[in-house]
Ligand binder design. Structure first.
Ligand code: SAM
Length: 126
C-alpha cells in the first residue's frame, strides 16, 4: 500500500503490528510531526512488538540545524540529522535493543549499507 502514513485507510489486516520498520521517512518529517509519529507508533505497534528505524546521522548526512533554526529558515533542509541521544529521547517510551551506525556495504554488495545512517531497533514492552 502506498500513501501518507498519517492518513492510511484501514488495511483490513486487523490489529496492531508486531513489526514496524521505517526506512528513511522519519528524518523527512518536520519537528512538530514527531508527536503524531509517536501516536502512530502507539496505535499500530503491538505490545512485545519491534520498531526498526533508519535515519540520517548527525554530522554525517542531513541538516544539523536545531528545530528552532529550521522553523526560522522555513524548510527541512533536505532532511533532519539526529544524534543517538535525540533518538533515545524521542523513542524513550520504547526499550532500546540496538542503536548503531549502519554498516557500510560496497557497491557490488547485495545488501544496502551506508554509514551516514543510524540503524535502530526498539521494542515495545507493554
Ligand atoms: C529517503 S526516502 C526512503 C525511501 C525508501 N523507504 C528507502 O529506504 O529507500 C524517504 C521516503 O519517505 C516517504 N515519506 C515521507 N513522508 C511520508 C509520509 N508522511 N508517509 C509515507 N511516506 C512518506 C517519501 O515519499 C520517500 O519515499
Amino acid at each position: 500500500m502506498c500513501g501518507d502514513a498519517f492518513s492510511l485507510p484501514d488495511t483490513g489486516l486487523g490489529g496492531p503490528s508486531d513489526l514496524i520498520y521505517d526506512s528513511g521517512c522519519f528524518h523527512h518529517l518536520p519537528p512538530h510531526r514527531r508527536v503524531s509519529y509517536l501516536a502512530l507508533l502507539e496505535r499500530h505497534l503491538a505490545p512485545g512488538g519491534r520498531f526498526g528505524i533508519v535515519c540520517f546521522a548527525d554530522g554525517a548526512m542531513g541538516s544539523d540545524l536545531s528545530d528552532a533554526e529550521l522553523y526560522r529558515q522555513g524548510g527541512l533542509d533536505g532532511g533532519l540529522a539526529y544524534s543517538a541521544q535525540s533518538l533515545r529521547g524521542i523513542f524513550g517510551d520504547l526499550t532500546e535493543i540496538e542503536l548503531r551506525r549502519m554498516r557500510d556495504e560496497p557497491p557490488d554488495s547485495s545488501c544496502f549499507g551506508e554509514p551516514f545512517l543510524w540503524a535502530g531497533l526498539f521494542g515495545r514492552d507493554h
